[in-house]
Every structure is written in C-alpha cells, then in structure tokens.
Design a protein around this ligand. Structure first.
Ligand code: F6P
Length: 524
C-alpha cells in the first residue's frame, strides 16, 4: 500500500478520563427498575430496561462519544468518505438502500428489476442454486428463509462451503435445464465460490445443457475476473469496492432473494434500512437506538466483563439471523489494534452465538441462567405472527418474556426454598435442593420487538445492528470494515492444497510438527 491514510484517532482509549468514567458508571448491578427504557426506531422497539442504567452512565456515554469524535466518524460513514483505512475505501452500504441513490446504484437496481420481471414473466428457472460464502451468502439465506419459509414457486438451494457435500447436495435432484446458478463473490477470488461454480457449470454441461453460461448470473465487483472466467457482460451484476462483503446483502447480491421472494421484498428491506439510517443520523443521543444499544454492549463487555453475546430470535423464520450477525459482529469487531495499528488496551467485540427460541431453551439456556459466566442476551420477537395459530404465538411470546424475566429477576434461595417446601419436600431435602434452584438474576438483556416480520422491519433490524457495530468500532478505536484475520488462513490453505495435490513437495517446510504429519498422511 503506497500511502498511510491519516486518521483522526483520539488518545489511547484506556487512558482517557471519559473511558474511566464510563466504565466506572457502568460497573453497577442490574436491578429490575420501575422505569421503562424503550427506544423506538424505524418501527422497531428496543427495550433496554434489562441493562445497567443511571443518569451518570448516560452522561458518561455522551461524553465518551464526544471524546471519540463519534459525530465526525458517523458523518464520514454516511457520506461515503474513505473510512476503512487499511483498505483505503469507503463503507457506503447506506447508499445501496438510499431512496435516491447515486446513478450507478440506481442503474444497477433497475437492471436487476428488469431481469427479474423478464424471468418471472417467462416463468423461467424453477430452481436457483445460490453459490457464495460469508457476506455473499448469509444475507440471502436469511431473507429467503424469512419470507419464503412457507414455500416459493422457485426452489432455492445454497452452496457455500468448499466441502463437496455442499454443492453435491445443492444440485441433487434438480433439472439442470431449469436451474439458474447465481454466483455471488465481491472479489471473484474466493476459492469456495469459484470451485463450487465450476462444479455447477460442469454439472450443467454433463447433463447436456448446450451453453451452461446461459443459466448463470454473476454478482461481483470484479467483472473483469468474471469475464475471464467465462461469464458475459449481460450476465454480470455489479457491486462496488466500497461495499463491504458483510454489508453486501443490500446490493445485487439480493438477486436470489428477489427471484425467490420478490423484488418488493428487497425494496421493502431497503426502505426499512434507510429509515433506520435516517434515525441513526438524526435521532438525539438518548433516543438513538443504535447508539444506546452500542453503549449497553460496551458496558456489558468492558464494565461487567461479559465475553460473549447471545442472540435469541424467538422466530423460526429468523433462524439464519444468528450466523448473519455472527459475521457482522465478529468480522467487524474481532480486532485488537486501533486505526494506527497500536494495541487497544481494552476488550473489544464479544463472541456472538445463539439459536432461535424455543429450541435454544432446550439447548443452552441452562448455561445462561445458572453458569458462573452467563452472557447478555438479545431477545428478538414479533408481536404479531405470520401464521394463524394464536395459541402457538401466545406460547412463543410467553416463553420469550419468561426467559428474559428469569435472567433479569433471578430467583433467591428463600424463594426456591419456599417452592421446594410447597411441593411437599421435607425441610432438610428442601434446603438442599433449594440451593440448586437459585437463579442469580441481574443478567443483562435487550428485548427487540418487531410489530410483525415484514421486509421493512427486517431491513430496519439489520441496519440497527450494523450501526450498533459501527458505534462500538468508533468507541474502541478499531476499523470495523476490514477482516485481515480471515486472509492469513486462506493463504495457508492454498499452500497446503498444493502440497496435498503434489504440486508442492510435502517436506514439512514451514509447518509445525503436527500439521506436517497430517499433510503427509492426507496427501498419501
Ligand atoms: O470471510 C472473508 C470474506 O472476505 C468475507 O468478508 C466475505 O463476505 C466473504 O469472504 C466472501 O467474499 P467474496 O464475496 O469476495 O467471495
């Protein structure tokens, strides 16, 4: 890289009085308060009542943002300035969903809509195999699952991993003549995607499809590479360098979503996300949902010491929200150096994990309630269901609220003992068992309520998380838009692949003893 992009980094975070004041105000117990703290943004309700709160903390949060030049960074983000300093580019995903986007974005949107209109009117392609990974995959899986869970006239399959079972399973049983392959790769260099793409083209050719490239659409920021690979101009939808992979759902990567569940779904998601962008840009500090959510997360991480964040969508349709947010949060915030490359002397992004409720309750909620560590939980639920079984939905809502209440309020020894005695246990046994039934409580959570799951509310929800992550990146002083940690392993894998295939000698050079042993053994 030729130049070092100048940054406006404030003094090392841990040494600032604003940081100390914030962490100290945040180091308080979570009590079940009388006063609610609910912020509404773009039709989404964020209930922060289960977080640490006090007037001192609020003041300290505001001072911290000022000290970290937050407004300047937010302006840079939203106006498309180069904010990703290690890759020297903007992170302008908000432009992709803007109501009046720049010409290139508008033109590509229109091209895509026309393509879909034509394909739909011709009832062309009953099957789509979407090939892409990470940001070129999760958003599409999420939206297709969210709005197509009850069936679609086009069948959609996904192949992401380099594991051959993935593409084998995705292609199995489909009619190649009636199958569109959508190959999504921003960089058009991702090994998994290119290899799976080659398998899909071969599969078409072997089945007698005369011109397999006729059944292919590519979404990429590198049309030159896609063309060298065999795609034609008319088969390429563009995205741009300034769109980060994990933010690319808003670009033509949404092609499969639109073909599967409709262009109106994509448009609705754009509208919801744009409304959240507007809110983020203009809502005052106390009422700004991404800001408040970000600060609560920093309290949990840095003042209370929680190393992970659990995501619990109480909605079967949002099953893929967890991996989607894992990539967003962990690729963005899994850093430990600041913009200047110096160590950040505080803990940064938490590990993110989860599963939809109520399955999660029967899998790991025991740990959330009674383990020595615990984790903050984001409960996400829709007030209104999409199905017609009110009884199911009442139970789902009840479970969501109950789990959250248990985490917040806990159950004391006295309460547990009373319960045990009431169930008829003799005093001694009741005293013993009661100790096992104590719930410490005071464990933080957010409750995020969507009135119902629509493209608009899902768009707003995803943008809420994007901006939350951004605010945290600014406070911690890290670049939330690069992902160098992923690159190193890719390079090593390339070298090992060559050794396994015999293209490079398996002499153990450069490997640790164990890797050298297995390379030799796997390489035969
Ligand atoms: O996992 C690393 C990563 O670079 C992600 O950031 C990205 O979403 C994914 O790989 C896929 O990249 P591409 O769209 O360039 O194939």
């Amino acid at each position: 890289m030729s130049t070092i992009v100048p940054t406006t980094v404030p003094p090392a975070l841990a040494q600032t009085p604003e940081w100390s004041a914030f962490v100290s105000a945040g180091s308080a117990s979570i009590v079940s308060p009388d006063e609610l703290c609910i912020v509404e943004a773009a039709g989404v309700f964020l209930d922060l009542t289960g977080q640490v709160a006090s007037p001192q903390l609020s003041q300290a949060g505001q001072a911290l943002l000022t000290a970290r030049n937050f407004t300047l960074y937010r302006d840079k983000l939203l106006s498309g300035q180069s904010i990703n300093n290690t890759e020297e580019r903007a992170a302008w995903h908000t432009m992709l969903r803007a109501p009046a986007p720049v010409e290139a974005v508008a033109a590509e949107r229109q091209r895509m809509n026309e393509f879909i209109r034509k394909a739909d009117s011709e009832r062309r392609w009953r099957n789509i195999v979407h090939i892409g990974i990470g940001g070129s995959d999760w958003g599409v899986r999420l939206t297709v699952g969210a709005f197509g869970y009850a069936g679609m006239w086009r069948q959609v399959r996904f192949a992401a991993s380099i594991d051959g079972h993935a593409i084998e399973g995705a292609l199995a049983g489909l009619n190649p003549h009636d199958t569109l392959i959508v190959l999504a790769s921003k960089s058009f260099t991702t090994a998994e995607t290119l290899q799976n793409g080659r398998r899909a083209i071969e599969w078409q050719r072997n089945a007698g499809v005369e011109d397999p490239y006729e059944n292919l659409m590519v979404v990429t920021a590198r049309p030159d590479l896609a063309k060298a690979w065999g795609a034609r101009d008319s088969q390429i939808f563009r995205l741009w360098d300034w769109v980060g992979g994990r933010f690319s759902l808003w670009s033509s990567v949404g092609l499969t979503t639109a073909l599967a569940v409709g262009s109106d779904v994509v448009a609705g998601m754009h509208a919801g996300a744009a409304a959240m962008d507007m809110h983020f840009a203009s809502a005052p500090f106390e009422k700004n949902a991404p800001i408040q959510m970000a600060l609560a997360g920093i309290v949990n991480r840095n003042a209370l010491g929680y190393a992970s964040l659990n995501i619990a969508p109480y909605d079967f349709r949002l099953a893929n929200l967890v991996p989607y947010l894992q990539q967003l949060e962990m690729e963005s915030l899994g850093k430990s150096v600041d913009l200047d490359g110096d160590a950040v002397h505080v803990a940064t992004g938490p590990a993110v994990w989860g599963m939809p409720g109520t399955d999660a309750q029967h899998t790991f909620f025991q740990w959330l309630h009674q383990s020595s560590d615990g984790a903050p939980v984001d409960f996400i639920v829709c007030q209104e269901a999409g199905h017609h079984w009110p009884e199911h939905h009442r139970s789902l809502l009840a479970n969501c609220l109950a789990q959250r209440e248990a985490l917040l309020q806990g159950k004391s020894y006295e309460e547990a003992l009373k319960e045990c005695l009431a169930s008829g246990l003799p005093q001694e046994k009741a005293e013993w068992l009661a100790k096992h039934r104590v719930h410490p409580g005071g464990r933080p959570s957010n409750l995020i309520v969507l009135p119902k799951l629509t493209p608009y509310t899902l768009g707003a929800l995803l943008a809420l998380y994007e901006h939350k992550v951004f605010v945290q990146g600014v406070v911690w002083g890290i670049n939330p838009f690069d992902q160098w940690g992923v690159e190193y392993g890719k390079v090593l894998a390339q070298g090992i692949t060559e050794e396994l295939s015999g293209a490079k000698p398996q002499d153990g050079a450069g490997h640790d003893a164990s890797t050298a042993y297995w390379v030799k053994r796997f390489g035969g």
